[in-house]
Design a protein around this ligand. Structure first.
Ligand code: MLT
Length: 254
């Protein structure tokens, strides 16, 4: 198994044939955590757009009950139904509805990975379910969304957790340098063995994304996004144009 980590979407290895990879997009704070939460809460599907104008347009045209969701500068976009806090995505809000979503970095990372053969969106919330899915692939590319073009440690941390759990230890052939950097961060911050949620919360509070959220009064979302394995299913891309995702429960067949 080969695991490549892109610390930012623009750092995807140009030598890599993404069409042969399963891409795991990560935006721990908070886009992929929201997607995990919305999926578990019963959203019909989640359709992502890089631009808010396109998301608005598609919401108007939607033939199924839809929610227009997302943020800019971590704050709900004017006129949208929901922002980007996982706690907004309750069963009452989302069951049976299409979540049309645009965020600053998360949905942009999805758009930049569009040629992926397969794609899942990963958060700490659905960590083990995602590891199980990725372990069935020969080539995995983990794409960290980052924050406004800069590397953010919360995404790198989860990338390192995936590397650790996938148990690819042959550094000569199986891991690229970014994957080794991410793995080192995970080992240093969380250690090895069963991840300790309290250490993860501390690390996330110190991260750039965590500091941004605390600065605008959304610090409570950090603990919510740290609840490792609270979601048992994966967020799988089911069609690529526009990128559309569905929740797949752990015991469901593809
Ligand atoms: C993003 O996609 O940029 C983030 O999810 C920002 C946020 O936390 O609202």
């Amino acid at each position: 198994m080969n695991v490549s980590v892109a610390l930012l979407p623009d750092e995807i290895d140009p030598q890599l044939d993404l069409t042969r990879c399963c891409v795991a997009v990560i935006d721990v704070l908070r886009a992929t955590s929201v997607m995990s939460t919305a999926g578990k809460a019963g959203a019909l599907d989640i359709v992502t757009y890089a631009s808010s104008e396109e998301a608005r347009r598609m919401a108007k045209q939607s033939e199924v009950p839809s929610l227009l969701c997302g943020e800019r500068h971590c704050i709900k976009i004017e006129g949208f139904d929901l922002g980007n806090s996982p706690s907004e995505y309750t069963t009452e809000q989302v069951t049976g509805k299409r979540v049309i979503m645009t965020t600053t970095n998360g949905t942009a990372a999805i758009a930049k990975s569009q040629t992926a053969g397969e794609m899942i969106c990963v958060s700490l919330l659905n960590f083990s379910a995602s590891v199980k899915e990725l372990s069935g692939h020969e080539s995995v590319c983990i794409v960290c969304a980052g924050t406004n073009g800069r590397i953010s440690s919360e995404d790198v941390l989860l990338a390192g957790g995936l590397v650790d759990a996938l148990k690819v230890r042959d550094q000569e052939t199986g891991l690229d340098d970014s994957a080794r950097i991410a793995w080192a961060l995970w080992q240093q911050s969380v250690g090895t063995g069963k991840p300790d949620a309290s250490r993860i919360v501390e690390e996330l509070r110190r991260s750039q994304g965590g500091r941004n959220l605390q600065a605008i009064g959304h610090g409570d979302d950090i603990a919510v996004c740290s609840q490792i394995d609270s979601v048992e299913g994966i967020i799988r891309r089911v069609s690529s144009n526009p990128p559309t995702f569905r929740y797949q429960a752990a015991d469901a067949k593809r």
